[in-house]
Design a protein around this ligand. Structure first.
Ligand code: PEP
Ligand code: MG
Length: 580
């Protein structure tokens, strides 16, 4: 019998293949009972893992004492002391014998108990010890499980990746040739892992809660990333059925690809420009092949995945490569949007209680001026090679855009002094992705040349719903009337103050929302490539009046569920093939 696990569809497609469990730094504790005859074997397994772990820690300690400092090495000496504590080890052995449970399960319980009893004490020293304890615990259990801690770049055969979570860097470095699809326990539609999946055109289902613990390495799996469904150990009939659906999808996509070079206009001749979102320069080709009219959002933070910061020259070369490739079409480079769920390189330095409300994006840059100026310099230099725009993320106050512009001005002065050419009239725009920016968009319009709406964050901040938290994903809905009203207000202000407007949140790349966004007044969409053909097909099949009528009807419905139901039915009836 097959098992079905449900999640959130993050990147469309259907794939059938073998499961590969990747735990990264996460551990899933197996829990099972041990028959009486195997108890001694289980204890031997524990003793061997204990010895192995001690050896590992000792060798790290010696290395560190050799080339770093004795103080740091002492941390590892204290790890050794914990491992050598006879009470803990003995307690574990006794519990295995008595309770006939596997050693990982027992150790996990002991560790949780110890951590809980220590956490209630307000003592900094003990708090440090808790971290030590959980590190040792992880290392020991890894050795027991002989978990594969290698990264996904080493994958050497086709697989469907199952993971508790994937970081953007996991996704960026994985050997894409062999990744058929991925399934994660955590995450939502607009988590950055999901965005990377769409950018790389890898089908993905996220937020499954139990995906990883329901599958074994090597199980046959069907990933239906259209409907957020994962079928583990499918029957022969299920495999046949999905092979047919996959064939049909590929056929439709091939058919729609014929639209690539046709103009993106509605039936009544109104242009709706389709641009691309990219994360990495390598994606430029696929975006162009899909017929995009330039880059509406270059998420530059993905160049910052390495442990070391990219210097000006490296950034300049990456930007220039994309800019020259699209010239004379525009490339909108968004300055570093670090923080939230994005880049973890700095997470040790910047541990925040509330990262999405913390030092993220423009706030982080204004607190790290040298890093910010280096990026602006690289972007300005690239502007000499094509049509570049600068865009600031997460602007929430007018003061912020004024301050950020001042940094651009200062950097321009420096470049002039150094006699380095750049475009002095480079357009400077802001992401509208925080409710305050929408409400003050009339004021912001005086300080910038364009707006781009980031609905991923706008929905998160309007509804106070963490965009990556799968347990409240049901609340994360761009169709909430509050969001629709804000989207309308932005259009009104951009028309009133003649500010060019585009939309680059994920909904711009989802066919369900295309008519709605046109009806609200959006005329430039920026999106990842995978459903670009479908979107263009919709644009070419509708007229403005019917889109506006649809919006009027939807906005009268008030309830989010009712709006969603009506929109889904409407789009399904009009485009049965696309929404099948
Ligand atoms: C958005 O918030 O909609 C957006 C496009 O930016 P990001 O997803 O990178 O935060
Ligand atoms: Mg955003």
């Amino acid at each position: 019998m097959s098992t079905v696990v449900k999640g959130i569809s993050a990147s469309p497609g259907i794939k059938i293949g073998k499961a590969y469990i990747y735990l990264g730094s996460n551990i899933i504790i197996p829990k099972y009972n041990i028959p009486e005859k195997d108890v001694e074997k289980e204890i031997e397994r524990f003793n061997a893992a204990l010895e192995k772990t001690k050896k590992e820690i000792n060798s790290i300690r010696l290395q560190i004492a050799g080339y770093l400092s004795k103080d740091l090495a002492n941390i590892f000496s204290s790890h050794l002391l914990v491992l050598e504590d006879p009470l803990i080890a003995e307690q574990a052995r006794v519990k295995v014998k008595k309770e006939k449970r596997n050693i990982e399960w027992v150790l996990n319980d002991i560790s949780i108990e110890l951590i809980n009893s220590m956490s209630s004490i307000e003592d900094e020293y003990l708090k440090e010890k808790i971290i030590d304890l959980s590190d040792i615990h992880k290392r020991l259990i890894n050795n027991l499980l002989m978990t594969d801690t290698s990264d996904l770049s080493k994958l050497d055969k086709e697989a469907i990746i199952f993971a508790p979570d994937l970081t953007p860097s996991d996704t960026a470095i994985m050997n894409k040739k062999f990744v058929l699809a991925f399934v994660t326990d955590k995450g939502g539609r607009t988590s950055h892992t999901a965005i990377m999946a769409r950018a790389l055109e890898i089908p993905a289902v996220v937020g499954t809660f139990t995906g990883t613990s329901s599958v074994n390495n090597g199980d046959t799996v069907i990933v239906d990333a259209f409907h957020g469904k994962v079928i583990i150990k499918p029957s022969k009939e299920e495999i046949d059925q999905y092979q047919n659906i996959e064939k049909e999808f590929l056929l439709l996509d091939k058919h729609l690809a014929e639209l690539t070079h046709l103009p993106s206009i509605t039936l009544d001749d109104v242009e709706v420009t389709v641009m691309g979102n990219i994360e990495l320069p390598e994606e430029k080709k696929i975006i162009k092949e899909h017929g995009a009219q330039g880059i509406g959002l270059f998420r530059s933070e993905f160049l910052f995945l390495d442990k070391s910061l990219p210097n000006e020259e490296k950034q300049f070369n990456e930007y220039k490569e994309v800019v020259e490739y699209f010239n004379p079409k525009p490339v909108t480079i968004r300055t570093l949007d670090i923080g939230g769920d994005k880049i973890h390189v700095y997470s040790n330095l910047y541990k925040e209680r509330n990262p999405f409300l913390g030092s993220r994006a423009i706030r982080f840059c204004m607190q790290n001026i040298e890093l910010f100026k280096t990026q602006i310099r690289a972007i300005l230099r690239a502007s000499n090679f094509g049509n570049v725009k600068i865009m600031f993320p997460m602007i929430s106050t007018v003061d912020e855009i004024i301050a950020a512009r001042k940094i651009v001005e200062e950097t321009m002065n420096d470049l002039e002094k150094d006699k380095i050419p750049f475009n002095k009239n480079i357009p400077i725009g802001v992401m509208i992705e925080v409710p305050s920016a929408v409400i003050n968009s009339d004021l912001l319009s005086r300080h910038c040349d364009f707006f781009s709406v980031g609905t991923n964050d706008l929905v998160q901040y309007t509804l106070a719903v963490d965009r990556i938290n799968e347990s409240i994903a049901y609340l994360y809905n761009p169709l909430d009337l509050s969001v629709l009203r804000l989207l309308k207000l932005i259009v009104n202000n951009s028309n009133k103050y003649s500010i060019p407007l585009s939309i680059c949140g994920e909904i711009a790349g989802e066919p369900l929302y295309t008519m709605l966004l046109i009806g609200l007044g959006y005329r430039t969409f920026s999106m990842s490539p995978n459903l670009m053909h479908q979107i263009k097909r919709i644009i070419r099949s509708v007229n403005i009046k019917e889109c506006e009528d649809l919006v009027l009807e939807l906005m009268k419905l008030e309830k989010t569920n009712a709006i969603e139901e009506r929109l889904t039915t409407f789009m399904y009836n009009k485009f049965p093939k696309i929404f099948a």
